[in-house]
Write a protein that binds this ligand. Structure first.
Ligand SMILES: [Zn+2]
Length: 299
């Protein structure tokens, strides 16, 4: 593991009801894009979404997988970033030819962001959806927290083909016991911290050492920075899941593919791994003893 990146850090303001997370992705981010030839505007947007998915996985309590799915009718049709509670990360984007000069949310045209948390072991599935109305990926995520979690949250995100990074701040409730004066003070502090955070440049987010960055932004405040936890690229594709997708295509469709190509190959969009099924494998999918696999779309 590189000493430079692929780490998620949590931090606290000692005297303010504000907490934060900071992430930098190096190898994990490069692994997600190495088999794709994304235009720069698409990879920048995907990098920001992937950094955000790690920040959210760090801040929200769940055991399973968190997905950020941006869908639109523009040149960028789909962007999916997924991070598990163990910080296993993957992501993919689907796009057509891009209009010149467009970036961020404008690439999607109209669309929506769905935040989904799938709990392990048959737990509950949670989904919140917000329309894509703002310009930056960060704005949409802030809107999501405002609407769905009622938790004031700020995101600062940046990505290049070599690294993705993000900073997230969340206001912590001071509870029923807080007096009006304390509440007003907390409001002021939250505003002040938000303004300071907004001064961060993409270059600083990507390059400045963490402690130095926090000191530069919030030098007047005492901050406790916790030890980082590793983030890594890992795909959850499997032969069983691919078999499920093939079963949903039907025997006839697969037989014609077999006739054309000799075998059926499904390449994972996330990790580029090829799953091959020959005529015997395909017959097995539809034999009376074959267990039905639920189709899962983006597996
Ligand atoms: Zn895969």
């Amino acid at each position: 593991m590189s000493a430079r990146g692929d780490l998620l850090h949590r931090f606290l303001f000692e005297r303010l009801p504000v907490r934060g997370h900071l992430v930098r992705l190096d190898a994990s981010w490069r692994a997600a894009i190495e088999h794709h030839e994304y235009p720069r505007a698409v990879s920048d947007a995907l990098g920001e979404a992937m950094a955000a998915s790690v920040l959210m996985a760090g801040a929200l309590k769940f055991e399973g997988r968190l997905s950020l799915q941006f869908e639109g009718r523009g040149a960028l049709r789909l962007m999916l970033a997924q991070c598990t509670h163990r910080h296993a990360l993957r992501g993919v984007a689907r796009h057509d030819d891009l209009p010149p000069g467009a970036s961020g949310i404008a690439l999607f045209g109209s669309g929506q962001l769905a935040v989904t948390i799938e709990q392990q072991e048959g737990g509950e599935r949670y989904q919140g959806v917000v329309p894509l109305e703002q310009e930056r990926i960060a704005d949409c995520l802030e809107r999501y927290f405002e609407r769905s979690e009622q938790l004031p949250t700020r995101f600062m995100l940046a990505a290049t083909p070599g690294r993705a990074a993000g900073l997230m701040l969340q206001r912590v409730a001071i509870g029923e016991g807080g007096s009006e004066a304390e509440q007003a003070e907390a409001d002021d502090a939250w505003k002040r911290i938000g303004l300071l955070a907004a001064t961060v440049t993409p270059q600083e987010l990507l390059e400045t050492p963490r402690k130095e960055l926090l000191a530069r932004l919030f030098g007047e405040d005492d901050i406790r920075l916790f030890e980082g936890t590793p983030v890594f690229f890992q795909c959850s594709c499997s032969r069983e899941r691919v078999a499920g997708i093939l079963q949903s295509l039907g025997d006839q469709e697969l037989q014609s593919l077999l006739k054309e190509r000799g075998d059926v190959e499904v390449r994972c969009e996330f990790c580029n791994r090829a799953w091959r099924f020959d005529a015997v494998d395909v017959a097995g999918l539809f034999s009376p003893g074959a267990s039905p696999q639920a189709p899962r779309g983006l597996h």
